[in-house]
Design a protein around this ligand. Structure first.
Ligand SMILES: *Cc1c(COP(=O)(O)O)cnc(C)c1O
Length: 392
């Protein structure tokens, strides 16, 4: 019953005349799953692909991918929902979505500049589960579980790791910390993925946090609408909308992720009055060109998601094969600004190693001075002067 609205068509997209990739994949690999099962987020979770054998059932693995499993080193866990697996190309190891979730041998190459905890979150953690880096807001790591593990994960040190399992007792201490710090006006729930928790669990947290007078708004960081869109059901959005102002930041990577299922999930959140932003990691060979990034951001705006951050890939162990130069990021922003609306252009940031926080990287626009005039460069590279007021 709670799933019945999931198949609601959303406006202005072409009707599906041919079968989608997902439908074809289902018929081939999950022929016995009923619609009710496939559209049930718990079915998706209990049928996650987590082993090499399960992966080999649905994909032809390349040499590099097979080698990822050949080592004895305990590697970062594998997990892909059947839904997200349906978006993967069976044979092309270089397909963008495939590269983000299927391990390759390069993961075992750890360079000396990489770190277990590249953002020094542990040293900015006053109590377990809280990272307090900025004056007025905290990051609250609510769970160590995700439905899908991104191979470039910033928190690979803790996700899927039982050592970091959050107990209720830990949550109580985190809430106590927020209560006793009156300057915290903004709490960002992350993890792991908070939307993989039971609705009642999440509601318990939201209700406790929203009762704290100095907490002005709550945000949730998640990839669920992209990898487990079945989770965004009526029951969940009805619960979430009781805790306004509530914002949601969604981790998007590539335009191919904006399927009908994901657009419907975003529409349900937006219809519940939740402002949506996106966070994207810049990844080599996946989304590192102007065309792909612009396409992603345009599709996001159509789904009522404002592109918020574009991150330089953090220095997590075994991530060198994903990392671009900073100039690649600058060129992408340069290629978008002015050519499309400012709403479509994310803030490109480097989350500085050793806990420096997010630092915004911008293409240069003030290029000099001529007398009292500032020399400004527009999006086409032409120079204009602006008669600035002398600062006193
Ligand atoms: C990213 C982040 C935030 C939120 O930053 P905004 O710029 O407000 O989105 C808060 N705390 C930590 C530790 C973060 O890494």
């Amino acid at each position: 019953m709670k799933l019945s609205l999931f198949h609601r068509k959303i406006a202005k997209e072409e009707p599906a005349l041919t079968k989608t990739k997902t439908q074809l994949f289902r018929e081939t690999y999950y022929p016995h799953a009923s619609n009710l099962e496939w559209d049930d987020w718990k079915w998706q979770l209990s049928n996650r692909i987590t082993t090499k054998e399960e992966l080999m059932r649905v994909l032809n693995l390349s040499e590099k991918e097979l080698n990822a499993f050949s080592t004895e080193i305990s590697c970062f866990p594998l997990s892909i929902t059947p839904y997200y697996a349906s978006l993967i190309d069976k044979n092309d190891e270089n397909q963008p979505i495939r590269r983000t979730v299927v391990p390759v041998e390069d993961e075992h190459l750890v360079s000396s500049i990489e770190m277990q905890d590249p953002l020094s979150e542990t040293s900015f953690s006053p109590v377990p589960g809280i990272v307090h880096r900025y004056p007025d807001r905290v990051l609250f790591l609510t769970t160590n579980f995700c439905s899908v593990y991104c191979r470039y994960c910033t928190r690979s040190r803790m996700v899927g790791n039982h050592q970091y399992y959050n107990t209720h007792e830990q949550w109580e201490k985190a809430i106590e910390y927020i209560k006793s710090n009156k300057n915290v006006r903004d709490v960002l729930l992350s993890g792991g993925d908070p939307l993989t928790m039971e609705t009642e669990q999440l509601e318990w947290l939201l209700s406790r946090l929203s009762k704290i007078e100095h907490v002005e708004f709550i945000r949730i960081g998640t990839k669920v609408p992209v990898v487990l869109p079945q989770r965004i059901n009526i029951e969940l959005v009805n619960m979430l909308k009781k805790y306004h102002p509530l914002w949601v930041s969604i981790h998007f990577t590539h335009p191919d992720e904006l399927t009908e299922e994901t657009r419907t999930a975003c529409a349900m959140l937006a219809d519940a009055g939740i402002p949506l932003g996106s966070q994207t990691v810049l990844l080599k060979g996946i989304n590192d060109n102007v065309e792909t990034m612009t396409k992603l951001c345009h599709k996001l705006l159509k789904a009522r998601v404002k592109p918020y951050y574009l991150y330089q890939c953090d220095l997590v162990p075994g991530s060198a094969h994903f990392r671009t130069s900073v100039h690649t990021g600058i060129d992408i922003i340069d290629g978008m600004r002015g050519y499309t609306t400012g709403y479509a252009v994310p803030n490109y940031v480097i989350d500085a190693p050793n806990g420096g926080g997010k630092i915004r990287i911008l293409p240069e626009s003030i290029v000099g001075k001529s007398g009292d005039n500032l020399l400004l460069k527009n999006f086409k590279g032409d120079i204009y002067t602006y008669p600035d007021i002398i600062k006193d």
